[in-house]
Design a protein around this ligand. Structure first.
Ligand SMILES: Nc1ncnc2c1ncn2[C@@H]1O[C@H](COP(=O)(O)OP(=O)(O)OP(=O)(O)O)[C@@H](O)[C@H]1O
Length: 594
């Protein structure tokens, strides 16, 4: 009940916040429309009485009243719809924005790793679309409440026993709640196959992956898997719907029996001469409305319960999305690095797993240095970078920025001092200038800043080769959108990464994987100049992960990672002379190039 009231209150508060005038208008129109129905029953009873009594004048007056009330009952809800239509749209948008905010607004990304969180998200995405039904139910509910009170008063006036009719509405209500619980459990249980099936659907319909799917000929296999998963989810939901239907039907039968008994009660009074024929008409019409009111109330309550459930899930998700220690983290990062960044006894396992991905990492990254991180696939290089960005906290040990624990730094401030380009970069389907400018929001619209960043990413001429220069719209979602090659997208992502002029940490995780060797070489030359400028200005450290040793060898410091441990640290010459893993990997790559 508390969940329901909280959900209802949140919804009405949201509607009021979004548009108080339209909320008030919708409630007024809905209320007038709802109250007109029981009044119509009373007017019909009155008209019947006058007709039977042969009072023509009063019968005509009653008839006109009946007509006015009938028109009101039938039409006002349509006008109310006009008022709440826009509100529902806005409220749905508001709900979606909250979902995005909870999913994406936290400093850490640990919640994305938890399976139960993913299930909540699957359900929330499905339920968000039902928001309009919930709001409509709530607005209808206000009018319905008044109509129920009016009906109760009118029925009690005929026979107090008729007041038991609304009591008979309790079983359908309880049955409806039980049915909703059964469905909710089934939705949670089937969230995983549904999510996986949706992933497969996106995979098999993605334009980006169409080529690979055709070459590897896995289309049929993926389609079959999608079909099996979808069928599994549907079977689970169907069984729940069957149980829910039986529960609801059982509840309704209880009310139907009470309704018939109520009507028979007044018919008996009329036969005994205690009530007139007008009363019988009133009760027959009104009792039918009680049936309608209860059915509507049950549906409205189900909608409200559903929405309240969605709110509960959202609130719980928001509470579980804590991110790394937001309360403790208050300090600001230093304006410039003097000592550097240290890993002190760092170990790390991803949330929800026990397997350590990093172990006993002790590492000093000197201020102003360019650091290359190398190692085999899965060694832990990207994880190291993610800890530096504060996406996760170490399971043991500390990351220190000029001696201060990263845990104590306010993450938004630390992020503001990081410039980063990731392996999985985003392909924003915006205009070219914006795609790059996003890297430094305050200077996003500055054309010189964007051009400078493109120059650093060795992509100064890229806009000139596009139809509308920096204003060219990118992506296939638009009719006039231009699609870029993988390397061009990567260069724009790199440009975005170097938009910030004075970062303390510049992170590039495999920044050149899609570039040809010539482009890669040119880019690293330019990039090194930028890194040196940043180092002079802020003592900033550049950390890049790369499998290309031609780029790695130029770094001031090379960190070799194997099985989650840092096994070698030094510059190119020292590591080659050391004859360890680095020397081995370097020799292997040099040989394959020869
Ligand atoms: N989100 C995650 N949840 C659980 N385990 C993960 C996650 N991301 C990575 N891992 C695991 O952590 C280990 C290290 O991964 P990481 O991405 O850091 O390797 P890497 O050295 O960057 O590899 P690559 O060169 O292939 O990019 C791998 O065994 C991987 O399976």
């Amino acid at each position: 009940m508390r969940v329901l009231l909280t959900g209802a209150w949140t919804m009405i508060a949201t509607a009021w916040r979004l548009n108080p005038r339209k909320t008030a208008l919708a409630v007024a129109l809905m209320t007038a429309g709802a109250v007109a129905a029981p009044l119509l029953a009373a007017a019909l009873g009155w008209m019947t009485r006058e007709v039977v009594a042969g009072a023509t004048g009063r019968a005509v007056l009653a008839g006109v009243t009946v007509a006015v009330l009938a028109v009101t009952a039938l039409t006002l809800s349509h006008f109310a719809h006009l008022a709440y239509y826009e509100l529902s749209e806005l409220a749905e948008l508001d709900f979606d924005e909250r979902v995005v905010e909870v999913s994406n607004g936290s400093p850490g990304i640990e919640h994305h790793e938890r399976a139960e969180h993913a299930d909540t998200w699957t359900v929330l995405r499905q339920e968000g679309g039902r928001f309009r039904t919930g709001l409509e139910a709530l607005l209808n509910g206000v009018g319905l409440l008044l109509a129920v009170v009016l009906t109760a008063v009118l029925l009690a006036g005929r026979n107090p026993l008729l007041l038991l009719l609304p009591v008979a509405a309790v079983p359908p209500l309880l049955a409806g709640r039980a049915a909703e619980r059964v469905l909710d459990r089934a939705r949670t249980a089937t969230a995983e196959p549904t999510r996986t099936a949706l992933n497969l659907f996106h995979l098999t319909t993605s334009a980006r992956l169409a080529g690979e799917l055709r070459v590897s000929r896995v289309g049929d296999e993926l389609r079959a898997r999608h079909g099996r998963l979808w069928a599994r989810a549907t079977r689970g939901l169907w069984r729940a719907h069957l149980t829910a239907t039986w529960l609801r039907a059982a509840g309704q039968v209880v009310f139907a029996l009470a309704y018939v008994a109520g009507v028979l009660l007044v018919v008996r009074d009329a036969i005994a001469g205690r009530r007139g024929v007008g009363d019988v008409v009133l009760v027959v019409v009104l009792a039918a409305q009680v049936n309608q009111q209860v059915a509507t109330a049950v549906t409205l309550l189900q909608d409200l319960q559903r929405m309240a459930g969605a709110y509960r899930r959202l609130t719980e998700a928001a509470a579980s999305v804590t991110g790394p220690d937001p309360v403790a983290a208050r300090d600001s990062p230093p304006p410039r690095l003097r000592h550097g960044i240290d890993f002190a006894g760092v170990a790390f396992a991803y949330p929800g797993t026990d397997a350590p991905v990093l172990r006993e990492v002790d590492l000093h990254l000197p201020a102003g240095a360019t650091v290359a991180v190398v190692g085999e696939n899965g060694a832990g290089k990207s994880t190291l970078v993610k800890l530096l960005c504060g996406f996760y906290r170490p399971s043991a040990g500390r990351v220190l920025v000029d001696g201060a624990d990263l845990r104590g730094l306010a993450l938004p401030e630390w992020r503001a001092r990081i410039a980063a380009g990731f392996q999985d970069f985003v392909r924003y389907e915006f205009r070219v200038g914006q795609v790059v400018g996003l890297g430094d929001l305050p200077r996003m619209s500055s054309e010189p800043a964007v051009r400078e960043a493109l120059d650093r990413a060795d992509a100064a001429d890229l806009p000139d080769r596009l139809p509308d220069g920096l204003r060219t719209r990118l992506g296939k979602s638009y009719a006039d959108g231009v699609e870029l090659s993988g390397g061009q997208w990567q260069k724009l992502a790199l440009g975005r990464a170097v938009m910030r002029e004075a970062p303390l940490l510049l992170v590039l995780d495999e920044p050149t994987s899609a570039l040809d060797p010539e482009a890669e070489h040119a880019l690293f030359r330019r990039y090194a100049e930028h890194a040196k400028r940043v180092a002079r200005r802020t003592g900033g450290i550049t950390v890049f992960v790369s499998h290309r040793f031609s780029a790695v060898r130029t770094a001031d410091l090379i960190v070799v990672v194997r099985g989650g441990r840092v096994v070698e640290v030094g510059d190119h010459a020292a590591l080659v002379a050391g004859g360890g893993l680095y020397a081995e990997l370097f020799a292997l790559q040099a040989k394959s190039y020869r």
